[in-house]
Ligand binder design. Sequence first.
Ligand code: BYC
Length: 320
Amino acid sequence: MTSLNFETIFQSKIDDETKIEPKDWMPDAYRKTLIRQISQHAHSEIVGMLPEGNWITRAPSLRRKLILLAKVQDEAGHGLYLYSAAETLGADRDDLVQQLLTGKAKYSSIFNYPTLNWADIGAIGWLVDGAAIMNQVMLTRTSYGPYARAMVRICKEESFHQRQGYEIMIAMAKGSPEQKAMAQDSLNRWWWPSLMMFGPSDSESTHSDQALKWKIKRKSNDELRQQFVDVTVPQAEYLGLTVPDPALHWNEARDHYDFGEINWDEFWSVVKGNGPCNRQRLQARVKAYEDGAWVRDAAIAYAEKKEQRKLAPEAAVKAA
Ligand code: BYC
């Protein structure tokens, strides 16, 4: 069969909503795009543990500590499913990790902002996980089977994360005036970076057109961002908090909120490594990798020993 025929079969599967599976033929560029996006997504989950991990020891009660610990552990699990999904495309996990540690790989801009107080943990769950779900629900229908299936479980956990964040925000916003002021301050700091999570505007997005044709993405960056604003503004109103955007207003004709211009210079500066915490985040990951070397060595030594034991009876039979 010619590669043209393979390409036709591939595209007809996409058109018919049949998932592409690891052993199916796929264009190199499709494979490359998926490895790029899935590995960036995995790195985001892993680096995303850091801002919240910072608050596990300082959570205000045992209940809050247990919930936060479970959430941060979930993010590690998401990272692992996603690295596994990238491996089904032939990517080498060690290579992907090295790309993260050397600063070559991207991860979500949002995790380069600091968590200054407990209200930030509420704002992350509410806004960051809220934005992540908006994007990931779409990805449960992505055309690559292993990625779509990983997203189903991840979305269930993310929806618990979003609710735990919103519950913290309710407690803070309905608490003392000082607590309400903390909640407002964290909304002020996290609102715009959360909108940036959806990526550049459609006119600036390099990968969107092709990703939409291949049904890797099912909605554009701007569509998802609008959906997020529409869902989140009433939630802020319920909390009695003000979204920090003077241009925000309901547009009757469009049936959507209009909102102000994102500071794209800030977005690209953070993406290029110059956000408030980029260096700190990479240093933390490098340290974790180095500190974990003995665990990897021990796991490899154990696997080799187990393999040798399995082979030993066979060797004994041969020798007899
Ligand atoms: N930050 O052509 P575009 C979570 C890059 S974590 C940094 O629109 P695409 C959580 C983009 O990579 C959830 N870089 O790209 C964890 C590209 O660069 P390259 C994270 C960004 O891929 C812990 C360039 O800009 N979710 O839930 O079509 C605690 C041009 O962009 C960003 C995912 O990763 C950004 N925000 O669309 C709490 C979802 N945006 O590769 C929560 C999976 C764009 O050409 N990813 N760039 O060098 C996606 O859906 C898509 O990759 C994006 C971007 C919508 C993010």
